[in-house]
Design a protein around this ligand. Structure first.
Ligand code: ADP
Ligand code: ZN
Ligand code: ZN
Length: 746
């Protein structure tokens, strides 16, 4: 090890590169990845700090340009090293600059003003203070008298500075004089903001786990006690008690002196969920979410770093909590798409969690009622351990699900957005004063063409995904670039009704109010939840029974338990089936199964009605039977046949540029270059126009690579990165992003 690669203070955008330093003999055996080091920097050899990100035996620069490392910053924090190693892994796996990766894993490093509490502590005996007070009163020194009286009142706990200066209107100069005369001392301490402090009480009541829950806990714990660390999939229907399993594992890990990270999709991070964790673990819990200010965020991380908490709950960024010894990482609703970052680096929190767990010797528990294809595939292959919870707690039954064929409704003259069946079920529930949720599946709504008479959407003959309608009126496949004109009538059945279900949530709300004038309706969608608390407010209001019907997009199917909801209506189940990517069926199954799971969480039996133009599609058939295994079997055949993940690995290469010609040329060159490598059994698809092929006058193209082995794709990626670095001039006006196993169409 002759040279060390160092990243310099990440807050400077300009330093987004790696600097190389010579390693002094004395440090050769001590340096480790992630260590904080002192380095001479710039012309004046100013001493700066940096992080070690790698080593090499060869110099990447002329030898006389390479300076010598000054030293190691002692007490380099272990947690930080782990995070930096993670940044390195993220960069290698998902493709990004080191700086982008570091910004992802390290907490906001900007100067955040921390809340300081300043207390005035009386330094003289009480009798002396009382004498002084009398003197001030006699001499009519009012401010001094007020201050002294308050100091005597707050003798023990100290008088808050703000209270003295603002509350008692004592000028800072007076406080200063007291300080100078030795009457008081000012004690300051940093208060870390805890967004939920004081909201909850720890509950001592104990829940007894049922047999299925026990089997999961004891199985995982038995591995843990023997030093075995693995990833487990906890596959349990909604309401089967997964959260209790997580909490039991966490409390054991805490008793073992370690910490826990609980990942929850932002959308499911509700008051209800958080409450349960606070009630179990008290103030040793903290929460991260996107609405925290940078300061609050930073504080949460500081509390974790300094051992002030044991459990961090939050969306994917909570994974980067600087705990020193994580014992378990939980990922609830592991199938959720929001676990994958849609910004560079496009990492998947599931993979990143497993990596971090390996580094710190933690177990990983993935939980879901509808596991992702990836996780179930791995559980089936024995890579993940698998535990099942098949029963709902308290014997609540899974809801009865029925499917309504909208084509038949159309044929029989019902052109309303509600089928007759759903309408009568709604009427019945309203009479019984039970609640209803109407769910509009809007995922992938943009630009597909489907037929209202036969339900077929127009598909790419090569990729088996739905074609998407572009502004120029052409239908395109954005995996392979195939395109065709828009047919005037349905190619399958000749009907002229060829543009699916177009209603939005607002229209549905209006319809409900028109048909059931007495019903109270709440709507929850992107428009109504833009302000900070509105999401929580709407859910709470509905939970309190302030409305009979809740209309919403996929956000209503997550997290909350509404015992009085006995009917869930899914208005157009197939919309997400038409999304122009290979995960459309998986997402549809998940959404439908989860939506149906919302009904009947209480004592009353629940019912779900799924309206669709494609009742025969396996996603809809299996979801209506809540038959995950059957869905998985069918979907896996399709993935296998079409070489999609999880059977194959896939690498998306996204190219964009303002220069349309240049983009076209370079994308073609890149595609040809990859094909010329003659990698065995590699499938190269494209280049093709992206789903959004032009955005703000930037043109976008995609190339997809498929191969059975992940490392083959990573090799190609690394090769491409090197080539682009060499031909920097050619690629300068293009922006390239890599996306490993993409979730959404670019
Ligand atoms: P999931 O996370 O699988 O949806 P939860 O953990 O939220 O399920 O459990 C559903 C409900 O059942 C919760 O109100 C929870 O407190 C309760 N519960 C879970 N396990 C038990 C148990 N063993 N005994 C009694 N109640 C339980
Ligand atoms: Zn048709
Ligand atoms: Zn295609």
């Amino acid at each position: 090890m002759e040279f060390v690669n160092v990243i310099v203070d990440i807050s400077h955008e300009k330093l987004d590169r790696i600097f190389q330093y010579h390693v002094p003999e004395a440090l050769k055996n001590r340096l480790q990845i992630g260590m904080k080091v002192n380095i001479p920097f710039g012309k004046g050899n100013r001493q700066m700090k940096g992080y070690v990100v790698g080593f090499s035996d060869e110099a990447d620069y002329p030898l006389d340009k390479i300076k010598e490392l000054s030293g190691i910053v002692e007490g380099s924090v272990k947690a930080e090293s782990q995070l930096i190693a993670m940044a390195g892994w993220i960069r290698d796996t998902y493709g990004s600059t080191m700086n982008q990766a570091l910004k992802t894993v390290l907490p906001v490093k900007q100067q955040v003003v921390q809340k300081q509490s300043r207390k005035l502590m009386l330094q003289i005996p009480r009798e002396e203070a009382e004498t002084l007070l009398e003197e001030y009163v006699r001499k009519n020194y009012r401010a001094k008298a007020r201050l002294m009286a308050a100091l005597l009142d707050w003798d023990k706990e100290g008088l808050d500075y703000k209270k003295a200066s603002e509350g008692l209107k004592v000028a800072p100069s007076v406080i200063k004089r007291f300080q100078e005369e030795g009457i008081i001392q000012i004690k300051s301490e940093t208060i870390y903001r805890n967004p939920f402090a004081g909201h909850f009480k720890k509950k001592e009541e104990k829940i007894f786990l049922n047999d299925e829950q026990k089997a999961a806990v004891e199985g995982i714990w038995s591995d843990y006690s023997q030093g075995i660390r693995r990833t487990y999939l906890l596959y349990g229907v909604t309401g089967s008690g997964k959260t209790e399993v997580y909490m039991e594992l966490i409390s054991r890990v805490i008793a073992d002196g370690k910490q826990a990270v609980v990942l929850i999709p932002e959308i499911a991070l509700t008051f209800q969920t958080v409450t349960r964790f606070y009630e179990r673990f008290g103030e040793r819990v903290s929460v991260m979410h996107s609405r925290l200010s940078d300061g609050e965020r930073f504080d949460q991380f500081m509390r974790a770093k300094e051992g002030g908490i044991d459990v961090m709950i939050g969306p994917r960024s909570a994974l980067f909590t600087p705990f020193s010894q994580i014992g378990v990482i939980i990922m609830d609703e592991e199938h959720e798409g929001s676990y994958k970052s849609e910004n560079v680096p496009r990492y998947h929190a599931r993979e990143a969690a497993v990596f971090r767990a390996q580094m710190c010797g933690a177990s990983v528990v993935l939980g879901s009622a509808t596991p992702s294809m990836e996780s179930y595939y791995r559980a089936q292959s024995g890579i993940y351990g698998l535990y099942r919870l098949n029963k709902r707690i308290g014997g609540a039954r899974l809801p009865k699900v029925s499917v309504v064929d909208l084509r038949v409704e159309l044929k029989e003259g019902n052109r309303s957005i509600f089928s007759r069946r759903l309408m009568s079920a709604m009427e019945e529930r309203l009479q019984k004063r039970q609640q209803i949720m109407l769910f509009l599946n809007r995922r992938g709504l943009s630009g597909f063409v489907s037929c209202r008479s036969c339900g077929k959407a127009i598909q790419c003959p090569h990729c088996d995904v739905t074609l998407s309608l572009h502004n120029d009126g052409r239908l395109k496949c954005h995996y392979c670039g195939y395109e065709t004109g828009l047919p005037p009538v349905c190619p399958a059945c000749g009907s002229k009704y060829i543009s699916g279900f177009r209603a939005g949530t607002q229209q549905i709300e209006r319809e409900v109010k028109r048909i059931f004038p007495g019903a109270g309706v709440l709507r929850m969608d992107y428009d109504t939840t833009r302000t900070k608390e509105s999401y929580e407010r709407i859910l709470t209001a509905f939970g309190r029974g302030e409305a009979d019907v809740l209309v919403g997009t996929q956000m209503i199917v997550k997290g909350h338990d509404f015992p009085n909801v006995t009917l869930v209506g899914v208005l157009a189940a197939d919309i997400s089936l038409y999304a122009a990517d290979y995960r459309a069926s998986e997402r549809t199954f998940q959404l439908l199964a989860q939506a149906a799971g919302r009904a009947g969480r209480g004592r009353e039996a629940g019912e779900a009605i799924i309206q669709t133009y494609m009742p025969e599609h396996y996603s809809i058939r299996t979801a209506s039977k809540q038959d995950y295994e059957e869905f998985y079997r069918q979907e896996l055949m399709y993935r296998n046949l079409m070489e999609y993940p999880p059977v194959f690995s896939m690498l998306g290469i996204y190219l964009s540029s303002k220069d349309e010609e240049l983009l076209k040329r370079q994308a073609q060159r890149m595609g040809d270059g990859i094909r010329k490598r003659n990698v065995k059994r590699l499938t190269v698809v494209g280049p093709a126009d992206a789903a959004l092929c032009r955005k703000n006058d930037v043109y976008r193209k995609v190339i997809y690579l498929k191969h059975a082995r992940e490392d083959v794709l990573l090799n190609i990626k690394n090769g491409l990165e090197k080539e682009m670095e060499k031909e920097a001039a050619l690629w300068q006006k293009l922006y390239i992003q890599f996306d490993y196993n993409p979730l959404n169409a670019y």
